[in-house]
Design a binder for this molecule. Sequence first.
Ligand code: ZN
Length: 220
Amino acid sequence: MDAKFWNARRCMLEPVPEIFGAAVLLDAAADFHAAGLADEARKALRTADIPAILDWCEQLWGGRGNLDAYRRSPVHRFRDVSDIPAREVLDGPGIPTVVQRKVLERDGCFCRFCGIPVIWQKAQKAVRDAYPDSVRWGARNVDKHTAFQAMDLDFDHIVPRGRGGRNTAENLFTSCAPCNCGRGNWTLEEVGVMDPRSVPADARATPPALSQWDRLTRVL
Ligand SMILES: [Zn+2]
């Protein structure tokens, strides 16, 4: 049990290939949008809304914050560890823009845990505003466009904010929303995930079609 727990893993759950396929479609949609080809953009956006992506998200962030669920979950694989930070909050939820920019310059456009491409939130909103009939965005996760919610850019804390982690570039890294929300307030040691700082940002093979991925910022 213990040896298995400490088998190095870069993320709690490897991403499904459908996410990378959806990213290629969203990239094409941005190109169609820039070219004034709205119907083609709509078609690409709708095709990228793949149900299997939500299944992956739900496995990661379902039951978040519930310690009993974490202990039972093969995805989160929680265990008690000694010498870990206590519960305390030192910084608020707002991460200064200058710090965000520094993290993005260092980490690039992919989740440092699972390696999926991420989307800048302003770009996501711009696409939703331009194509409200093609990017579902209801109140519940099941009512949201699957690729846009999975690829939502987050800044995750090495030491969680609820355990005294600070909003500094050294304690932050680029993450997708499912990896960030799925880990919740637990430390890397508690869920048995490698420190993303120990793995180069470009260590994962990026599909050639996504080599120019820009977090969709070109739609702004
Ligand atoms: Zn991720």
